[in-house]
Design a protein around this ligand. Sequence first.
Ligand code: GRF
Length: 202
Amino acid sequence: MRLGVLISGRGSNLEALLKAHAAGKLPAADFAVVVANDPQAPGLDIARAHGIQTAAIAHRGFPGGRQAHDAAVAHTLKEHGVEAVVLAGYMRIIGQAMLEAFPHRIVNIHPSLLPSFPGLHAQEQALAGGVRVSGCTVHFVDEGVDSGPIIVQKTVPVLDDDDAETLSARILVQEHLAIVEAVDLLSRGALRIENRRVRRME
Ligand code: GRF
């Protein structure tokens, strides 16, 4: 399955995917292109180092605004023959053009146990909520924010002395496992959505 990965920054989840692929752990996945909404995103260098094509489509000052930018991203992905999309630290809301271009074919990683703590600063939200367990979620993207059907979750403890940095680091280790697991299932065609729940066909 030809995949496009969307990033905004560091790209450690992208790197986890590309390393797993290089190690033969994603046998059905083919990384067609990495697209960033920030031309300076360090993750673009990670893609290049792995020989993956890249595109930068800056959202700042994009003519036509948010919806036009979303449509341009969808167009670029289609140009590269992309069949499914992975949001790996992509800090933009997915619009109608993307949802229509890739119906039930966009997945996102989020650093909380959804449906708790959607949106920005999920780790800070978890600390403020006083939860003893947090983690990460890979889910299908729908019209809402971090609200689509859940594919994989991994948990971590929240420790008494945690701050946002220490909790984020503990969650990130699990993100890198979760995203590889979810993309493997997705690329092998092993996921079905039934009544907003994901069923694994294995
Ligand atoms: C991750 O914590 C991801 O869950 C969140 O943004 C961060 C991106 O990190 N949405 P990276 O760019 O993959 O290193």
